[in-house]
Design a protein around this ligand. Structure first.
Ligand code: BG6
Length: 459
């Protein structure tokens, strides 16, 4: 048999991301037969664990169904774990020996690691773990990609001495979401949108993310970032760039990424005057996590002023968008889980109806939950009387595509790495722009300790 083998190495295999996302995703891809035959998995971390421990940690998140037991055993049969230090060349040599036993193979390294061990780990991969001959090596990296422009540049320079851009897959998992993928088709596969997709017709664009959970044990990580670094600078800005970009010459990865960079270059740094920040407090009498405020998380310093909610107005200074506010809003411990993009149109000019009756059109793209596109339009209330009301033209995907499977974002993205498609990954110049836009704001938050509005969990 000549099919080349693959190995997928998870560095940080004992961590939170690995158990909640990476192992479950690998299992789903394996179960559904989407991975190349002869794919092996290796977990690496400092903790002296066995594969059985990793399995036990990940199992609650893997959603194994009845009848899948045999496949599950087969999956774990091609899984191994090895403990080692991130600074030790000898330990990485052991990892390399383990990989070498598989034979010559393509190699994927997923770095699910805290930032402080990122440099030594990547250096060791480069030193002793790269594939030989015709086989390739790809590395997947996750945020945080630095904490501001300077630290990002240092990270970028480090990585670029080790790997080429083609070898680096920077994950922003929002790019793997079904609705985000669909955006290209909706915008550029329909002729009705482009003529109204500009400052002449659009009054504002609101891009929002809400989740009904607090830090849930990730306080240590979160307090170093805050909601702007955690969600706004990456996930929401990615959505902004896809909404605002010009039509790329093709659907080729570089063509799309060029357009995203081009539009981000037109966004000036966020002004702190256009920003509202909040931090959640416990809800008295509530059950479970909701009773606890951000500062009650034992891993968060008692006097932390890290925002868990932020709203910011951004502008895109180009011919299409000049003057249109892009309102980015994100928060933890809110009333529901929802991510959406709302395009708000201008008032009907020369309105002939009763003043105040006609509402603005709104086009909504719901990213989650329950992907949908709907347009708020005015209609006549059926019947003799001549009354208008607002209603919706509604494309809710689970109604229209009853039996469709909506893959998880990580499933699509990890599969993309196997197939070598970088379309849904963040290029280094995109990240540069993202940090340029947010760094001045982040600096003033760190240095000036601006007002943080408290809000009750679940608001
Ligand atoms: C992650 C953030 O990138 O995205 C988390 O670090 C956040 O804080 C998560 O909860 C939200 O992702 P999703 O896919 O659940 O919307």
């Amino acid at each position: 048999e000549t099919t080349v083998a693959h190995v997928f190495v998870t560095l940080g295999a004992s961590g939170d991301l690995a158990k909640k996302k990476i192992y479950p995703t690998l299992w789903w891809l394996y179960r559904d037969g989407l991975l190349p035959p002869k794919t092996h998995f290796i977990g690496y971390a400092r903790s002296k664990l066995q594969m059985a421990d990793i399995r036990e940690k990940a199992l609650p998140f893997m959603k194994v169904k009845n009848g899948e037991e045999e496949k599950l055993e087969a999956f774990f049969k091609v899984n191994q774990y090895i403990s080692g230090d991130y600074n030790s060349q000898a330990d990485f040599q052991k990892l390399n020996q383990l990989i070498a036993k598989i034979g010559s193979c393509n190699r994927i390294f997923y770095l699910a690691l805290p930032p402080n061990i990122f440099e030594p780990a990547t250096t060791q991969i480069k030193n002793v773990c790269m594939s030989q001959n015709d086989q390739w090596t790809r590395v997947i990296i996750e945020k945080p990609f630095g904490r501001d422009l300077e630290t990002y540049l240092a990270l970028r320079d480090h990585i670029s001495t080790l790997f080429t851009e083609e070898q680096i897959y920077r994950i922003d998992h929002y790019l793997g979401k079904e609705m985000v993928q669909n955006f290209m088709v909706l915008r550029f596969g329909n002729s009705i949108f482009n003529p109204i997709w500009n400052r002449n017709s659009i009054a504002s664009i609101v891009i929002s993310f809400k989740e009904p959970i607090g830090t849930q044990g990730r306080g240590g990580y979160f307090d170093q970032s805050g909601i702007i670094r955690d969600v706004m600078q990456n996930h929401l800005l990615q959505l902004l760039s896809i909404v605002a970009m010009e039509k790329p010459p093709s659907t080729n990865a570089e063509d799309i990424r060029n357009e995203k960079v081009r539009v981000l270059k037109c966004v000036p740094p966020v002004n702190i005057k256009n920003v509202v920040l909040g931090q959640y407090t416990g809800k008295p009498g509530a059950d479970g996590e909701a009773a606890l405020g951000y500062l009650d998380d034992p891993t968060v310093p008692k006097d932390s002023v890290t925002p868990t909610f932020a709203a910011a107005v951004l502008f895109v200074k180009n011919e299409r968008w000049d003057g249109v506010p892009f309102i980015l809003r994100c928060g933890k411990a809110l009333n529901e889980r929802k991510a959406e993009i709302r395009i708000q149109f201008r008032d009907v000019p020369g309105d002939i109806f009763q003043p105040g009756l006609v509402k603005r059109n709104e086009l909504v793209f719901r990213v989650q939950p329950k992907e949908a596109v709907y347009m708020k339009v005015m209609t006549k209330v059926p019947g003799m009387a001549f009354n208008c009301e607002e209603t919706e033209l509604d494309l809710t995907f689970e109604k229209r595509y009853e039996h469709a499977k909506f893959p998880d974002a990580y499933e699509r993205l990890i599969l993309d790495v196997f197939t070598g498609s970088q379309m849904n990954f963040v290029r280094s110049d995109e990240l540069y722009e993202a940090w340029r836009i947010f760094t001045p704001l982040l600096k003033s938050i760190d240095n000036e300790r601006p007002t943080i509005v408290p809000y009750e969990f679940g608001r």
